[in-house]
Design a protein around this ligand. Structure first.
Ligand SMILES: C=C(O[C@@H]1C=C(C(=O)O)C=C[C@H]1O)C(=O)O
Length: 471
């Protein structure tokens, strides 16, 4: 038995792996079938963003997810298998896809590590059908990556997934793994030196300020006539830069400027990326413990400590903001209860970000093993934090008021493993990047008492914070 020391922490028993792959292939030949072999290895600490930069190609599906305050980051590169679909049953179809893959897997290596084993990466659009025919992402994408590097609590895990069948060359798989491990070993010594040099750009508005405020006033009339209680209206900003946007640089800026947000990026394999820094967790499940955020009601951060405290106090005491917030809590608890869960509402608190602060109420529940995370996603998305109430009426009105496709904006995006652990966030404060062009998105919740000027200012505040990170 040969042990190949490839780095200080990573030992791959290539002989054992070779035997396993041959045995799996033999079975595949007998049954005329395919099988996934998922190899998990502990490796030296490496920045997953550096991995994304090194391995991501414009023509592959890639995913990046980082939560600095939790000490977690994941890069997922290229797909072993994927599903891209549209339509109402997109959540149940993606659930079936995962279940099919899980029936067909053999694990190898260090499976007790955090983020070991198969993880699926997924993004959805806000609506299940696009009105813009050439919108570059499907309504649902899910993929199992070929290569995944994840960090949690300063420990780093490499997962390499392979599809084994009769015609695959096992030697090639082993050689590729050796090369990947070698490349990662080299990258672990690499510390990116990213200069912050804003590039030249031109901005153009999708909605002018007058028409956004007009939409808010019109929505307020509908709220006054009881047609609606809340609607979230978004604005988009188009930016054309002198050079192509640098994904790596933008993500690095985002994680530095918004250290307590989820920084994310997902690609469509055709050259477009959807990226952002979102404060809003849709669901996170760890060993059946679910946590979700009711996040709605906002105020800017103050320029001084006193101003900041005054803004926070006004926010916490505002009946209008509290009403906007409670609509989200009510919806989430109702939906979780309909699934047979028993939601617990934790104490309300403030979520203070670098530029803005929000009312925030975490809600927890225990998830029975027979309820898949995607069932919960399909129940919760979209919450009144990004759509409104009643939900269906709000969604129909959003289509009427907004003159652009929301696409992946304000929709679920995240990962799920084979044991029902997952983390999905809401893709707000986000941008669609296409070469030298970016479309930035942000919105604000409108309820009785909203002021069109203030709502417009809130959206601009969010857009400017994003723009600062991108260029
Ligand atoms: C819709 C967005 O944010 C949502 C709207 C908020 C509000 O209006 O107070 C607060 C948090 C989010 O739920 C966005 O940032 O695009």
């Amino acid at each position: 038995m040969t042990m190949s020391p490839c780095r200080s922490r990573c030992f791959v028993d290539y002989e054992d792996l070779h035997q396993l792959l041959l045995a799996v292939q033999e079975k595949c030949c007998e049954n005329h079938s395919q099988q996934i072999v998922s190899i998990s290895l502990q490796i030296d600490l490496i920045d997953p963003l550096v991995v994304l930069d090194k391995f991501a190609q414009a023509n592959t599906l890639n995913f990046y997810f980082e939560n600095r305050s939790k000490g977690e980051a994941i890069a997922a590169i290229d797909a072993v298998t994927k599903l891209e679909i549209t339509g109402k049953d997109r959540f149940s179809k993606t659930e079936e896809f995962i279940k099919d893959c899980l029936r067909n897997v053999v694990n190898f290596g260090n499976t007790n590590q955090s983020f070991a084993g198969m993880h699926f990466f997924s993004c959805f659009s806000f609506f299940d059908q696009h009105h813009q025919a050439d919108y570059p992402f499907p309504a649902a994408t899910i993929f199992l990556p070929k290569l995944q590097v994840a960090v949690k609590n300063l420990s780093c895990t490499l997962v390499v997934n392979n599809l084994i069948h009769a015609n695959i060359n096992i030697q090639t798989i082993l050689r590729e793994l050796q090369n990947e491990v070698k490349t990662l070993q080299f990258l672990s010594h690499y510390s990116p030196n990213i200069e912050f040099s804003p590039s030249n750009f031109n901005k153009s508005k999708i909605t002018n300020s007058h028409s956004f405020k007009h939409s808010v006033s019109s929505a307020l009339e509908k709220i006054a006539s009881n047609h609606l209680r809340k609607i979230v209206l978004a604005d988009a900003l188009d930016v054309r830069a002198y050079n192509c946007f640098n994904l790596f640089k933008s993500l690095n800026n985002l994680r530095q400027l918004h250290p307590n947000c989820y920084v994310f990026s997902t690609s469509n394999g055709k050259g477009q990326n959807f990226i952002g820094a979102s404060p809003e967790r849709l669901i996170s499940i760890q060993e059946q413990q679910l946590i979700t955020d009711a996040l709605a009601g906002s105020a800017p951060r103050g320029r001084t400590r006193n101003e900041d405290a005054a803004n926070a106090k006004n926010l916490v005491n505002s009946n209008k903001e509290k009403h906007e917030h409670s609509l989200v809590i009510d919806f989430i608890t109702q939906r979780l209860s309909q699934l047979g869960l028993f939601p617990q509402i934790l104490a309300p608190r403030l979520r203070q970000l670098s530029n803005i602060q929000h009312l925030w109420t975490p809600i927890t529940a225990v998830v029975p093993v027979n309820i898949h995370p995607f069932k919960i996603l399909s129940q919760l998305h979209p919450t009144p934090a990004v759509a409104g109430a009643p939900r269906d009426i709000a969604c129909a009105e959003i289509r009427r008021y907004e003159n652009f496709e929301r696409g992946l904006y304000a929709a679920p995006l995240g990962w799920v493993d084979g044991n029902g652990n997952c983390e999905f966030i809401v893709g707000i404060r986000s941008a669609l990047i296409d070469g030298d062009h970016a479309r930035l998105y942000a919105g604000a919740g409108i309820v009785a008492g909203s002021d069109p000027d203030k709502e417009f200012a809130e959206v601009q505040l969010k857009l400017q914070a994003l723009l600062k990170a991108l260029v």
